[in-house]
Design a protein around this ligand. Structure first.
Ligand SMILES: [Zn+2]
Ligand SMILES: [Zn+2]
Length: 348
């Protein structure tokens, strides 16, 4: 079968590899779509980062080369011995986390913070291939109302949903989202799904503003508008109940720490390449805080799948599909900012 195999920095080859076989407790999936993630870009341009060049991962036993792809959906074609609840023909979305089950985070229900965490598609052969094999605890059913292709968006939308959950907001809350990339869009969908109506998306790029506005979002241009002044006026000086940094730039963090209400969180979901100046005094004086967020758990997956089944996620204007043979061009398009979200079709 064909697969996009990562061999190191700037080395991603679409090549013929053996089809994986299904072992005990495992499920074989014919991949429908696999999204390209910012993490994949980092591995290609700056990596290897998460992918180990030589040491086998403690949970998967795998190192480079590896088939990329951790955001995917597909159809089950085979199940191994001991697999229950999943059968051939099921449409599924994959939650690509390997966890040890033994460490403190695992035992306290936070397996997404497992001390030995691994990801399918980074520490095991992933979804940029015609077939992939996963442990059954990574499988989530997709109901018939969700097109199987769309299931590839459950992973990134769950990253965003988890961030929204950590903000502890309700339908009366007011929120700011910094950055209208795929995760910013996902946070907007998550907050809307939780009933919020007072959401402003802060985004300097006119192209990105236009694409989230087309989905129904309200935006502000931080290069031309006084975000803090607008927020203060709209909230009678109270500030917002939550801010989300999906931009990862100093200006966003500084603005957020001014716009937040007292004791409210800045949820930090960006990948920071380097330390950025943070005006901590803005936190101290109003007991505001910064809360990191990473990944998701099965609960977030279920919430996103429920919303998706109700048609909540509109992909118009920000999601495109490319063939597996075009994956390197896809990385270049994303890096240049010419595309927002790309799904790879391994059968094309
Ligand atoms: Zn990802
Ligand atoms: Zn663990």
């Amino acid at each position: 079968m064909l697969a996009a195999v990562y061999h190191g920095n700037h080395k991603l080859e679409v090549e013929d590899v053996p089809e994986p076989t299904t072992g005990e407790g495992q499920v074989k999936v014919r991949v429908s779509r696999n999204g390209i993630c910012g993490t994949d870009l980092h591995e290609y341009y700056d990596g290897p980062i998460f992918i180990s060049p030589s040491d086998p991962h403690p949970l998967t036993g795998h190192s480079m080369p590896v088939v990329l792809g951790h955001e995917f959906s597909g159809v089950v074609t085979e199940v191994g011995a001991g697999v229950s609840d999943v059968k051939e023909g099921d449409n599924v979305a994959i939650e690509p986390i390997y966890r040890c089950g033994e460490c403190r985070p695992c035992k306290s229900g936070n397996y997404h913070l497992c001390n030995s965490i691994g990801f399918h598609g980074l520490m095991a052969d992933g979804g940029m291939a015609e077939y992939t094999v996963v442990p059954q605890n990574q499988v989530h059913h997709l109901p018939d109302s969700i097109p199987v292709e769309m299931g590839a968006l459950v992973e990134p939308m769950s990253v965003a949903y988890h961030a929204a959950v950590l903000a502890d907001v309700n339908d009366q809350s007011r929120a700011l989202i910094y950055g209208a990339g795929p995760i910013g869009i996902g946070i907007w969908f998550a907050l809307r799904g939780m009933g919020l109506t007072e959401i402003d998306v802060i985004e300097p790029s006119p192209v990105r503003r236009a694409s989230i506005e087309a989905l129904g979002a309200r935006t502000l241009d931080p290069t031309a508008q006084d975000v803090a002044g607008i927020v203060a006026e709209a909230s009678n000086g109270d500030g917002v109940d939550a801010a989300f940094d999906a931009a990862g730039v100093a200006a966003a963090v500084e603005s957020a720490t001014i716009c937040l209400g007292e004791r409210r969180p800045l949820i930090s979901v960006a990948i920071y390449d380097k330390p950025i100046p943070t005006p901590l005094l803005n936190l101290v004086l109003r007991e505001r805080r910064i809360q990191g967020t990473i990944c998701y758990t099965a609960e977030d997956y279920r919430a996103v799948i429920d919303l998706m089944a109700r048609g909540h996620y509109d992909t118009t204007g920000w999601v495109d599909t490319i063939p597996l043979s075009g994956v390197v061009e896809g990385l270049e398009e994303l890096r240049a900012g010419r595309r927002m979200k790309l799904l790879v079709d391994p059968t094309a």
